[in-house]
Structure formats: structure tokens, C-alpha cells
Ligand binder design. Structure first.
Ligand code: HDL
Ligand code: ZN
Length: 398
């Protein structure tokens, strides 16, 4: 488990060639939006006062709230301590200053390699938003980037807010309107084709809340049927559905303001049933959805469950979910993704993932051994490689 090289198939990291979009260093680590929202429960400052602070002042505020006035007991706060230890700090006398000294704020190529090696990550899949102005500026013609960072095309804006992105599409020369009239669907297919040629994504993705329905003769359902699913088939791309993210429940928390919603699994079943030639990577945000999603994966082999996403990426829930998955699916799912936003997070997120998986797999292999099954090292290495790498690649390349 400690030596397997993983494919981190969903992150918000960027290749070094994307410049400042690749976040690293102590202040980025501490102003991770999970820690921002946790810190408000301690300092209770007016939102505007906090947002006025510089990043360094924000991280000092967070350090004071979560690491001085309280013990860093949460998943994200304790992750900072794990990173500090792994990067040579002595957590017994850790300070914000020492953390800043230990973690550079500029990601040199060797630092990126050091972080990937320390986390045991072979390659990382980025989340590339063709509607994000900062990112679009990077994708110049002939743009080359580090091969360890693979692209994925994130389509939330198009799927959930088509009206709002029409001006940008029209400015790019695509005749698209918010009601999908005229040749809008053809033009959206042309738009996707252009971005596929530019980014060479390993999959396309979008997230939805609990309002997702399918079949759906509304705009989103029509974009799926007339644009996204045909393009996925044409380019042999899997489609990742990330279900249950209820956006901006508290807008004053900005990126930290999203929450969770229990969502129906039926639209996912319908997509898998009606589109057997499409492949669906699926993760759900609500703990209560996990069991029924696993059962759905038993019904449809073009459904591949991935990761323990965001609010279910905690020791307790990762263990519960991984046990359920193994017990109902065997080692035929993608055990984890990091969702890392800051380079150094790879270290604690993958340390945690490995230790939970070790606990769970040891139980399962021990029971097989007790029943006389011959558990060999080669078998364990094969199974672990599948859970953390090969199941992903076999599925997206299927
Ligand atoms: O929509 C997503 O991909 C989520 O992962 C959000 O980016 C969320 O803010 C996050 O970072 N979760 O870990
Ligand atoms: Zn994410």
C-alpha cells in the first residue's frame, strides 16, 4: 500500500506551466476553504472584515483560531500537521513562521516532483474549466504542459448556467443561445470538440445539486442528449457526474459556502440504462447516498464509482464507504481521489487514504486467509494497484 503509485483522478491542482493557478506554500495551505469555514466558528469575525485581510493575515487568523486557541483536530487542520511533519518540521514546536519557512510559496519543478513523490502520486487529473477567464488565458495555441498533469473538462457553467455563458460562447464565435434554439446544439458540440482537441481531457465532468433529473426535456437534459453524450461517444470519453453539491448556501463564505444535498440515484440509473455506450464516473457528496450508489454500480457496469468526495472525505466516512464498496463490489471501483487544491495537500490526503485502505483490506484478506484462501503478495499488489490506479485507466480507456 505504501509503495503503490496512484492516479489522483480528481484534483484542483494545475501543472506548473499554469503559473499562479498552481497553489502551494503555508499561506495557501492555511487558507484552504475548508479551514476558512472552520475558522469562522472560532473567531466569528464579520465576513467582510475577514475578506479584507491579505492572504498572510487570513492565514495568521486561521492559525490563531484553529492551531492556537484550539487543537487542530479536524481532518483539514490535522492535515496541515501531517504535511509539516512529512516536510521536516517538528510539530512539537511548530509555528506559522516555521511552516512558512518549510514550505516555499513558489512551485519549482523539483518541488512539484518532490511533492508528487512524497505522496506517491504518479499522475494528477486537473479540473479544467473552459469558461474560467484565468484558465482560458493559459490555453494559448500550442500550449504544452507537464505530462504528469492530465486535463479534464469541467462543464458546470454550460450544464447549469447556459444563459450566463452564452455571451462568452458567442464572443468565441459559437452561435449558441440559452434556449438551445437554432444550431445551438451543433455549435456546443463544436465548442466541446475544440476544447477536447486543445486539452486532450481524460474525461468530461460536471457537478449538480439535488435538482438533477433524467430523462429531462429541459435545457440540461437536452444538452446531455444532444451535445455531451454524443461527443463523449465520438471521442470515447467517460462523463463524470458529481452529484449532491448544493452551491453557495452561505455566499458570504465564498468558495467555502457550498453545502451538501441528498440526491436521487434514479437519474444516474436512467443515464446508465439508456446510454450503454457511454461510461459514467460517479461520486456523490451525501453520506446517505453512498449505499444506493453502490447498489446502482452492481446494476450497471458502465457506472464506475470514484472517491470519497469533500464532506465524506473523513477517516470515519472513508472507512465506512470503502467497506461497503468492497463488500458489495469487490475491488472494482476507484477508491479515492484527493480533490487537492494546494500541492502539499497531496501528502496528507494520500497518507490518509492509504492508511484507511490498509485497515479495511487487511480485514478482508485476513478473513479469506482464515478460510484457507491463498492470499499472495502479488494478488494484494494487483488489487491495490487496481483500486488506486488501474480501475480508473481501464475504465476511461475502455
Ligand atoms: O466541485 C468540486 O469539484 C468540489 O470538489 C469543489 O471544488 C469543492 O470546493 C472542493 O474543493 N471540495 O474538496
Ligand atoms: Zn473537486
Amino acid at each position: 500500500m505504501d509503495s503503490v503509485q496512484v492516479t489522483d483522478m480528481h484534483t484542483h491542482l494545475f501543472a506548473p506551466e499554469f503559473g499562479s493557478l498552481l497553489l502551494c506554500g503555508a499561506d495557501e495551505l492555511l487558507t484552504f476553504h475548508y479551514l476558512i469555514s472552520e475558522s469562522f466558528r472560532v473567531h466569528r469575525r464579520p465576513y467582510a472584515d475577514f475578506w479584507k485581510l491579505s492572504k498572510a493575515e487570513q492565514s495568521a487568523q486561521i492559525w490563531q483560531a484553529l492551531f492556537v486557541e484550539n487543537s487542530p483536530l479536524s481532518e483539514a487542520a490535522s492535515g496541515v500537521i501531517s504535511v509539516a511533519r512529512r516536510l521536516g518540521c517538528n510539530p512539537a514546536d511548530l509555528s506559522l513562521q516555521r511552516l512558512r519557512e518549510a514550505l516555499p510559496s513558489e512551485p519549482t519543478l523539483e518541488y512539484v516532483q518532490t511533492m508528487l513523490d512524497a505522496a506517491g502520486v504518479a499522475e494528477v487529473v486537473m479540473t479544467n474549466d473552459p469558461f474560467d477567464p484565468a484558465e482560458r488565458a493559459c490555453w494559448t495555441d500550442g500550449f504544452q504542459w507537464d505530462a504528469r498533469f492530465l486535463a479534464s473538462l469541467r462543464l458546470d457553467a454550460m450544464m447549469n448556467h447556459l444563459e450566463q455563458v452564452c455571451p462568452l460562447l458567442q464572443a468565441d464565435g459559437y452561435e449558441v443561445d440559452g434556449q438551445l434554439r437554432g444550431k445551438s446544439s451543433t455549435e456546443l458540440r463544436r465548442f466541446l470538440a475544440a476544447w477536447i482537441e486543445r486539452t486532450h481531457p481524460v474525461y468530461m465532468a460536471f457537478s449538480v445539486a439535488d435538482d438533477f433529473v433524467y430523462p429531462d426535456n429541459g435545457i440540461r437534459g437536452r444538452i446531455l442528449d444532444e451535445v455531451v453524450l454524443p461527443v463523449c461517444r465520438e471521442y470515447k470519453l467517460a462523463l463524470a457526474l458529481m452529484v449532491g453539491a448544493r452551491r453557495q448556501v452561505n455566499p458570504k463564505l465564498q468558495l467555502a459556502g457550498d453545502s451538501v444535498a441528498y440526491a436521487s440515484v434514479r437519474p444516474i440509473e436512467a443515464l446508465c440504462l439508456h446510454h450503454p455506450d457511454n461510461r459514467f464516473l460517479v461520486t456523490m457528496l451525501s453520506r446517505e447516498n453512498q449505499h444506493e450508489l453502490i447498489v446502482a454500480a452492481r446494476k450497471f457496469h458502465n457506472l464506475m464509482i470514484f472517491g470519497c468526495w469533500w464532506f465524506v472525505n473523513t477517516d470515519t466516512l472513508v472507512e465506512e464507504i470503502t467497506r461497503m464498496r468492497l463488500e458489495l463490489l469487490g475491488p472494482t471501483f476507484i477508491a479515492q481521489h484527493s480533490d487537492a487544491r494546494v500541492l502539499e495537500q497531496l501528502i496528507y490526503k494520500w497518507d490518509r487514504a492509504r492508511s484507511v485502505l490498509k485497515r479495511v483490506l487487511t480485514d478482508k484478506y485476513a478473513r479469506l486467509a482464515r478460510d484457507g484462501w491463498n492470499v499472495t503478495r502479488a494478488d494484494v499488489e494487483r488489487d491495490v494497484d487496481k483500486l488506486l490506479r488501474k480501475n480508473f485507466w481501464d475504465f476511461v480507456r475502455w
